[in-house]
Design a protein around this ligand. Structure first.
Ligand code: FES
Length: 226
């Protein structure tokens, strides 16, 4: 896999999001060795802020009004253009948020991972999971995962590692998920961290809600703003 993703800035709402095709989404997840080289540089010296800047380089080009909006306000995102197996990345409160449109195979992989995870039920409280995402797929609709793309260890940004099996470069039986190159934490396709890894918790699922079948609001749900 290549570490360079071809990303298409595509959201008319924000001008900040990036949607990729299924094939391109795989490219987002560099092979572990390649990704580790890049991300050790990003994470080792300056931590997660630098890492996020490397992962989402277009964040640096925000207009002032966009910066203000992303600083706290909920973010409305068009998800209708995300292909099955693809990812869209937006910024919310200065953090990258992934919206992953999972394939049936990705969803099937979740059950297989259950026994190897540190917190399969998302019961830990440091990164509390909203009740509507306290399920195996950690989402409102199984198809769509919404998660903050920041590792719960030291704040690097994991990469997608959707290629399964030995071709992933992670493990012969890798079922697909996310990989943090900084120190090797691995997460399943719901952002649940594998046991005995440096990252102590699952990836954060931010408050969010569906406005329509094709749009979501990040940072607010029926209970209010995050
Ligand atoms: S920051 Fe250390 S494993 Fe992710």
């Amino acid at each position: 896999m290549s570490s360079s993703a071809s990303q298409n800035t595509s959201s008319p709402m924000l001008g900040l999001s990036s949607a990729v095709t299924e094939a391109e989404s795989f490219k987002l997840g560099a092979g572990p060795a390649e990704a580790r080289r890049t991300w050790m540089i990003a994470c080792g010296a300056t931590g997660g802020v630098a890492a996020a800047a490397v992962a989402i380089p277009f964040l640096g080009s925000m207009a002032p009004s966009e910066k203000a909006r992303s600083a706290g306000a909920p973010v409305e995102v068009d998800i209708g253009d995300i292909p099955v197996g693809g990812v869209k990345i937006v910024e919310w409160r200065g953090k990258p948020v992934w919206i992953v449109r999972r394939t049936p195979e990705m969803l099937e992989s979740l059950a297989k991972a259950d026994g190897q995870l540190a917190d399969p039920g998302s019961n830990r409280t440091d990164y509390p999971t909203p009740d509507y995402a306290k399920n195996q797929h950690r989402s409102i609709k199984p198809e769509f995962l919404v998660a903050v793309g920041i590792c719960t260890h030291l704040g690097c940004s994991p990469v997608s590692a959707f290629t399964t099996g030995a071709a992933s470069g992670i493990a012969p039986d890798w079922p697909g998920g996310f990989f943090c190159p900084c120190h090797g934490s691995t997460f399943d396709m719901a952002g649940r961290v594998y046991a005995n890894k440096p990252a102590p918790d699952n990836l954060e699922v931010p408050r969010h809600m569906f406005l329509t079948d094709a749009s979501i609001l990040i940072g607010k749900d029926e209970q209010g703003e995050a």
